[in-house]
Design a protein around this ligand. Structure first.
Ligand SMILES: [Fe+2]
Length: 232
């Protein structure tokens, strides 16, 4: 299986390219609009055809590349169950397995950052954690129906129960990390180590972050799979 981690510097977003060499079919997870040309070129160079664009959640900090990639390649857009995106071709449910040749991608409901967030377990050994779990951090819970208690439950009951050696690939990183493991995060993630649910809720309430620059533009655009009302 081919697995690539791609980065958008402006929003510090990781996009993941997953492909089955046997059939040359590919999936992009959390594509970024400004990086569509890069992604299309890479697909061309690797001789891959894009089957799906898969979102971990409706993002507030960048606009998804799904609508443009769908236009250019005819791929299908998949979003988590209950995500407000009627433009999607398909919604994926907790526990559902998306198959592409020998590749298996299992959706794990991990709400808390938003109320309809999925992590994706790829072939049992890598988990794309979206904005639920970052390397030594986690997604914020102060907008988009975020809920710190629910995020604590998602991380401790759904992600930290995966085998310790599972590789952790987040949707964002702000400190230069690329990959971690579940065991490493259980041991060293300062948001969770030594905290119970109540303590985590209090801590998240004390984190004072500015709103993402693009929130007013990104959320409504992402509810249309990244289709802009006005071209820019
Ligand atoms: Fe997010």
């Amino acid at each position: 299986m081919l697995f690539r981690q791609l980065f958008d510097k402006e929003s510090s977003t990781y996009t993941y390219l997953l492909a089955e060499q046997q059939t040359q079919e590919a999936i992009l997870v959390d594509p970024v609009l400004e990086q569509v040309e890069r992604d299309l070129q890479l697909l061309r160079e690797l001789g891959l055809s894009l089957r799906y664009c898969l979102e971990t959640h409706i993002h507030a900090d960048h606009i998804t590349g799904t609508a443009k990639l769908r236009e250019m390649t005819g791929c299908l857009g998949i979003v988590p169950d209950k995500a407000q995106a009627s433009c999607a071709n398909r919604h994926i449910q907790d526990g559902e397995i998306l198959k592409l040749a020998n590749m298996k991608i299992e959706a794990i409901a991990t709400p808390g950052h938003t109320d309809s967030h999925m992590a994706y377990l790829v072939n049992q050994d890598k988990v794309l954690t979206g904005d639920a779990l970052f390397i030594r951090g986690c997604g914020r819970t102060d907008f988009q129906s975020g809920d710190a208690g629910i995020l604590f439950d998602s991380v401790t009951q759904r992600l930290f129960t995966l085998p310790d050696e599972t590789l952790v690939y987040p949707c964002h990183d702000y400190r230069g990390h690329g990959v971690s493991t579940i065991g490493e995060e259980k041991r060293w993630n300062p948001r969770f180590v030594g905290r119970d649910r109540q303590n985590f809720i209090e801590f998240m309430a004390s984190v004072d972050l500015p709103e993402p620059k693009k929130i007013m533009e990104a959320v409504p655009a992402n509810e249309r799979c990244g289709k802009l009302l006005f071209s820019r």
